[in-house]
Ligand binder design. Structure first.
Ligand code: SF4
Length: 196
């Protein structure tokens, strides 16, 4: 199942106890949906949003701009990755996506099922859906564990607050999604010790 970011971010922001001051928006997503794809963050929620790249300087610039917005009290959308991201993104890719896929509810690890946050093949293309074609049954619900990624993602808990952090859960043997990828909060905390 493919996923879309806006419904997930809206669900996250509107969840109980949400405690995030601003968003460093993913440059690779923005290459497709455009920087404007994140305009709802300052417009609807008054939250700073900066599209960032993936190099060290890109991240530093995006973080600087985020902090600048917070210090000045001027939440807005800024694009700190203009060499790859335009305001409107890849319009042809967006058109092709819209032609082939339609929104559907989908499950997010740590957040549960979020309406219209996934994309499935349109009816006329379902023959290409392996689940349907081969009658596969694949559960997208995560297996229950003591992982507290949902709280980490919402900003309610630091990685060190998870009892599994650095013990049962490490980058070499991750339990939850926040430890799986290098940009995950738990993996970053484990590598750099920034939350100690
Ligand atoms: S340390 Fe591991 S188990 Fe705990 S919240 Fe992070 S990813 Fe989940």
């Amino acid at each position: 199942m493919l996923k879309t970011v806006e419904p997930a971010l809206r669900a996250l922001i509107e969840s109980d106890g949400f405690a995030v001051d601003g968003f460093l928006c993913p440059g690779h997503v923005a290459t497709v949906i455009g920087a404007e794809g994140f305009a709802f963050l300052p417009r609807d929620y008054g939250l700073p949003a900066v599209v960032g790249g993936f190099g060290t300087e890109d991240i530093l610039l995006a973080l600087y701009l985020l902090l600048r917005q917070l210090a000045d009290g001027t939440p807005k959308l800024q694009n700190a990755y203009p060499r790859a991201v335009s305001a409107q993104g890849n319009v042809l890719a967006q058109q092709m996506m819209a032609r082939c896929f339609e929104p559907c509810g989908d499950s997010w690890r740590g957040l549960g099922t979020i309406p219209a946050s996934g994309l499935r093949l349109r009816e006329e293309l379902r023959d290409f859906d392996a689940r349907q074609r081969f009658a596969l049954s694949v559960s997208s619900e995560p297996a229950p564990t003591a992982c507290r990624c949902g709280e980490v993602i919402c900003g309610r808990l630091g990685p060190e607050g998870c009892p599994l952090f650095g013990k049962r859960c490490t980058p070499e043997d991750p339990v939850g999604p926040c430890m799986v990828s290098s940009e995950g909060a738990c993996a970053a905390a484990y590598k750099y010790g920034v939350f100690e």
